[in-house]
Design a binder for this molecule. Sequence first.
Ligand SMILES: Nc1ncnc2c1ncn2[C@@H]1O[C@H](COP(=O)(O)OP(=O)(O)OP(=O)(O)O)[C@@H](O)[C@H]1O
Ligand SMILES: [Mg+2]
Length: 251
Amino acid sequence: MTTPLVRIQDLVKRYPNGVEALRGVSLDLHPGETTVVLGPSGAGKSTLLRSINGLETPTSGRVWVGQTPVERASLREVRQRVGMVFQQFNLVPRLSVMANVLSGRLGRRGFWTNLTFAFPAEDYDLAYKAIADVGLVGREWDRVDKLSGGQQQRVAIARTVVQQPEVILADEPVASLDPATSREIMELLVQMAAQNRAALVLNLHQIEVAREFGDRIIGIQKGQVAFDERTTGLSDRLLADLYGETLCSVR
Ligand SMILES: Nc1ncnc2c1ncn2[C@@H]1O[C@H](COP(=O)(O)OP(=O)(O)OP(=O)(O)O)[C@@H](O)[C@H]1O
Ligand SMILES: [Mg+2]
């Protein structure tokens, strides 16, 4: 087993309204591995993912990315090393494909680039390549709000790729897409993560997609790890216990 890239230790998250979203989660994540997080709605999956790049602050427990603890003082470094893809793409709709993709470089550039959006040529090279890799050659200067949902998710993936992250978090990246487009996007995500030997961590509601693309499946239930299995060890029994009576509705 390789050295863990992400270490999560005894993570507890209690929101100000008293909800305990995570109740003592410990996990290691490895480079080059695709990990799928499954679990019923409200189990704590998004809270877990968002804790890895510091979008949520733990109530107790710790997360490390490499040797770096995820905390306020290290957020800039952590956000460079950890990319995120969202269900709703989170692009800037009125800007071009190129501008959205280049924004993935902002974390590596200084104040001046952030202010002027004047990127060096090497950033443009990376962006053109990433846009080609996600199959959008010729659309570089189109506004992203002119693109379909699947194409917008491709732009979001290209933005993450130019960031050259070691970890890619994807919170229900295909929940807004039709089944055929979902497959294409999943293939692309897995391929892009593999190219960068990044650890890919996905929250999914589609069990078949999890089985097809995951190396490892983690079941989260009521803020705790219910199981942690290689995909080949994922039985119907484990899934039935995880989802209980809601299984029919998620399948
Ligand atoms: N900002 C917040 N403030 C208060 N409670 C929150 C907040 N975010 C999430 N919660 C609560 O924490 C629990 C876990 O939420 P989380 O979004 O992590 O679940 P999830 O597993 O991602 O669910 P879903 O599958 O529906 O996306 C839920 O009870 C949720 O209502
Ligand atoms: Mg969620």
